[in-house]
Design a protein around this ligand. Structure first.
Ligand code: SME
Length: 151
């Protein structure tokens, strides 16, 4: 499942589309092909304001267009710079709820030239759906995305 999705994602990244459109296509690809990826989106870092800004996404519209660094799962990743796998969002105190359907979440940092520039955020309607394979796949994908990040 992940192998084929990964090669399709690489084709998207190599295309001549705009950066934003590539990210939207990747969000669409992930949400269509992986049954437990139910909301998929990107947040961009803004170190000046210390606020994450919502980029392209697929799924239920969210009110959380701007998230201060440190707040919620995404805000914590803005500070730690490390992947955060949350198998049960109800067990998290520092969590920002987007929809009552969401049970779990994974947030993966995207680095460009060693600088944290964005995050891939995935919400799932299932409890404990994320395996080590998910994490490896998503971290590999975010590395590929980081390599084509515009300056
Ligand atoms: N749940 C996230 C907020 C973003 S939404 O999932 C789209 C968080 O706690 O950071």
């Amino acid at each position: 499942m992940f192998k084929s999705t990964e090669s399709q994602a690489i084709s998207i990244l190599q295309s001549d589309e705009s950066h934003e459109h590539k990210l939207l296509c990747i969000a669409r690809l992930l949400s269509e092909q992986i049954p437990h990826y139910n909301w998929v989106g990107f947040y961009f870092m803004n170190d000046q304001t210390q606020i994450l800004e919502l980029g392209p996404y697929v799924g239920i519209p969210t009110d959380h267009i701007r998230i201060p660094y440190g707040k919620g799962i995404c805000g914590q990743v803005a500070v730690s710079g490390e992947t955060f796998v949350v198998q049960d969002v109800h067990a998290q105190e520092n969590y920002i709820s987007c929809s009552i359907n969401v049970q779990s979440e994974v947030v993966v940092p995207i680095y460009s030239n060693e600088k944290l520039v964005a995050q891939l955020d995935i919400d799932s309607d299932y409890k404990s759906p994320f395996t080590d394979e998910d994490q490896r796949f998503l971290e590999g994908l975010c590395e590929e995305i980081g390599q084509v990040w515009p300056d």
